[in-house]
Design a binder for this molecule. Structure first.
Ligand code: ZN
Length: 79
């Protein structure tokens, strides 16, 4: 509540407040056009868990370091 690091992107895993290190880019072909990318953020600890969640559904497209991630045109920003 008093954290000064409000600008640090945090992990998308439920209940996790750790700083994000990875960007998981995914696409649900039944909802999204193929070039569309949704993104989740993950800390070091949750990268595998979240990639697996997306991977088993066939949604996972890319896992990129947060610092190297470039948001593709027309896709949604991570929240
Ligand atoms: Zn996490």
């Amino acid at each position: 509540m008093t954290s000064p690091e409000t600008e640090t992107p945090t992990c998308s895993a439920k209940g996790c407040r750790d700083a994000a290190v990875w960007v998981l880019a995914w696409n649900n072909p039944t909802l999204h056009t193929p070039e569309r990318r949704k993104t989740w953020l993950a800390c070091e600890e949750h990268r595998e868990h979240l990639s697996q969640f997306l991977g088993v559904r066939g949604f996972l497209k890319d896992v990129v370091k947060l610092g190297e991630w470039v948001q593709p045109e027309g896709s949604e920003r991570a929240r």
